[in-house]
Write a protein that binds this ligand. Structure first.
Ligand SMILES: [Zn+2]
Length: 245
């Protein structure tokens, strides 16, 4: 992480580097949140995704690429949960999309109720609770279910036993109990990042296992304000038109 200039510290309004009564202010580089060990990691996943062109379709002609940096901007912080979910998504989506391009109009996801897992899964699959294409199952723990609507394929990706460090889990529990120090919080943060880094430094299959779920059927969770996703209704209109000519 490179700090290059001025950053307003929370609670301080000044943008000057002069004494303000607050901490010394430093402005971060434009990517201060995107650690070098993430950016340079040999197995950091990237994702090629296909979407629609606008609110009523049709399919876009070209794909786009999503990186860990994009996920951090969406989620808000570079946490171990984000890295875990991204790696799991990479392993699972490769099964559903062997050609490498993930169709975000055709994919559903289920995660536990972690904000980190749910955010990453929704971003990378296009699944949303309000459209009945994202579900939450607290019993999943460190596992993820991905479903491709058009083929009916489903896979479950799980963090292998023992990969998540017991000392991190214990310290997280201590902090959640409310009985902790700032030093505990900082130590936990560092240990979480150390764990996340290990995921990105070896082939993802070493940390995750994937199984297909042949008998799986998707049923949306009830949601009072469920709506229809307009851009996918006529996403194939150009292909249909061309076929009928
Ligand atoms: Zn997070």
């Amino acid at each position: 992480m490179i700090l290059t200039g001025l950053l307003a510290v929370a609670g301080c309004n000044s943008t000057s580097s002069q004494a303000t009564g607050c901490q010394t202010e430093v402005e971060a580089s434009s990517t201060w949140y995107y650690f070098d060990w993430m950016a340079d990691a040999p197995y950091a996943p990237t994702f090629r995704v296909l979407d629609t062109e606008s609110s009523l379709g049709p399919y876009a002609e070209h794909s786009k690429t999503i990186t860990l940096e994009d996920l951090i901007k969406m989620h808000g912080h570079p946490c171990d949960g984000l890295v875990t979910a991204a790696c799991a998504m990479s392993v699972g989506l490769k099964q559903l999309y062997p050609n490498g391009t993930i169709d975000r109009t055709d994919t559903c996801c289920i995660t536990n109720n972690s904000p980190c897992y749910g955010d990453v899964a929704a971003y990378l699959t296009g699944g949303r609770i309000r459209f009945g294409t994202q579900k939450i199952d607290p019993s999943l723990g460190n596992a993820f279910i991905l479903y491709r609507v058009s083929t009916g394929q489903a896979v479950k990706v799980s963090l292998r036993p023992g990969v998540f460090p017991a000392r991190v889990a214990a310290l997280e529990n201590k902090i959640r109990s409310g009985d902790f120090t700032v030093a505990d919080m900082r130590r936990c943060q560092q240990w979480q990042w150390d764990y996340a880094r290990t995921l990105l430094e070896k082939p993802l299959d070493a940390s995750f296992q994937v199984e297909s779920l042949p008998a799986f059927s998707w049923e949306a969770d009830p949601y009072p304000n469920a709506g229809k996703r307009g851009d996918v209704v006529n996403k194939n209109v150009e292909q249909v038109t061309l076929r009928n000519k």
